[in-house]
Design a protein around this ligand. Structure first.
Ligand SMILES: *Cc1c(COP(=O)(O)O)cnc(C)c1O
Length: 361
């Protein structure tokens, strides 16, 4: 290991990256591939960045099993900017878009869309404080401009694990579970992910959009807010976040080398051992009401006895486990199980939970 002091970091975003990726990124900060300049100093119109930009976008398509009907864009502004740009580009003032209200980010997306057009909430579990997934709507009107949903609810720890059929363009926020497994990406007219969860560092957002969508933009928009303008300029409309895209490329190569099948198997294994422990351990309980809804990427749980909460956090810190404090909206604990988190790290957390139970029984 490069850094013997590295902790077991279960933070849900920005999140753990594999050692190999960090090592290569660190080397590129000092001297990018023998060019004598740092990646941080490198021009975005250089042949080096052209190569990074092209390879990264090709790898996204390859890992998704998509062909040239799709454009891959590197953007900035995080998930929040996508919440704005989707309705700006694809929702005319008198049109209606369908949104599934499955959590905090899903709700933020639909509230943002209301600035640009009409929104129909197709299903919601807001009244249950998002402790379960909304049912997938049985009938979706062909009149809708598009349907938007969040595949993985990072804060509440629920996840749609199937890729739905939809009679209108389907748009998904995959910020916290892109590449968690093999899936049918061709079902989507567009999907996007901020890098800082399952893909890389903060600062870059990947947008994958079917080319048909670029012909359906509803407004006259400034170039920076127009998907087609970004596509026409190969994602270098303005200065891209060169370093963030580069580190994401390293992560994409790492995922390709490992293979999505292996990643999927490992992710299922990590989730299984942690959820088994949450269910078995007498001191803890899961917060998601239906086991089938549980996320493979973010496991949320609480201490049955509130008093144990701060003790367990401290107990974890003493064992180099960090980042497991739950989101303020849910409380308790949340462990990210993203691709960069090893089976060993999860085993270490499970062992700490067992030890804590033995000491507090
Ligand atoms: C983190 C997250 C976002 C927000 O990302 P920002 O980069 O902070 O705007 C949006 N959607 C989901 C599902 C997320 O997990």
């Amino acid at each position: 290991m490069m850094n013997g002091n590295r902790k077991y970091n279960f933070n849900s975003g920005p999140a753990t990256l594999p050692d190999e990726v960090l090592q290569e990124a660190a080397a590129a900060v000092l001297n990018y591939k023998g060019t004598g300049i740092s990646i941080l100093e490198m021009g975005h119109r250089s042949k080096e960045y052209d190569a990074i930009n092209d390879e990264s976008r090709e790898l996204v398509k390859e890992l998704c099993g998509l062909n040239n009907d799709y454009e891959v864009l590197w953007m900035q502004g995080g998930g929040r900017l996508q919440f704005c740009m989707i309705p700006m580009n694809f929702l005319a003032e008198n049109d209606t878009a369908g949104y599934i209200d499955s959590g905090h980010w899903a709700a933020d997306a639909l509230e943002t869309a209301m600035h640009y057009g009409k929104v129909q909430i197709l299903s919601s579990t807001r009244l249950h404080k998002y402790d379960r997934l909304p049912e997938w709507p049985s009938a979706i009107s062909k009149e809708l401009a598009y349907v938007h949903f969040t595949t993985n609810n990072t804060i509440y720890g629920t996840q749609y694990k199937h890729d739905p059929h939809c009679p209108v363009p389907l748009i998904a926020d995959m910020s916290s579970d892109i590449f968690y497994a093999k899936r049918d990406y061709s079902r989507y007219a567009m999907f996007y992910a901020v890098a800082q969860k399952n893909l890389g560092p903060a600062g870059a957002t990947v947008v994958v959009v079917h080319k048909d969508m670029l012909g359906r933009i509803k407004r006259d928009l400034p170039a920076m807010l127009n998907y087609k303008a970004h596509a026409d300029k190969n994602s270098v409309l303005n200065t891209p976040p060169v370093f963030a895209v580069y580190v994401t490329l390293l992560m994409l190569r790492w995922m390709k080398a490992k293979g999505l099948e292996t990643i999927e198997k490992e992710n299922k294994h990590k989730a299984q051992i942690l959820y088994n422990e949450i269910d078995r351990n007498s001191l803890f309980e899961g917060t998601v009401q239906q086991t089938a809804d549980r996320s493979l990427m973010n496991a949320c749980f609480v201490a049955k006895d509130k008093e144990h909460e701060t003790h367990f956090l401290k107990f974890c810190e003493e064992r180099d486990i960090t980042g497991i404090k739950g989101h303020r909206l849910v409380g308790g604990f949340r462990a990210a199980l993203y691709n960069g988190i090893s089976v060993h790290a999860v085993e270490h957390l499970v062992a700490a939970m067992q030890e804590f139970e033995n000491l507090n029984k």
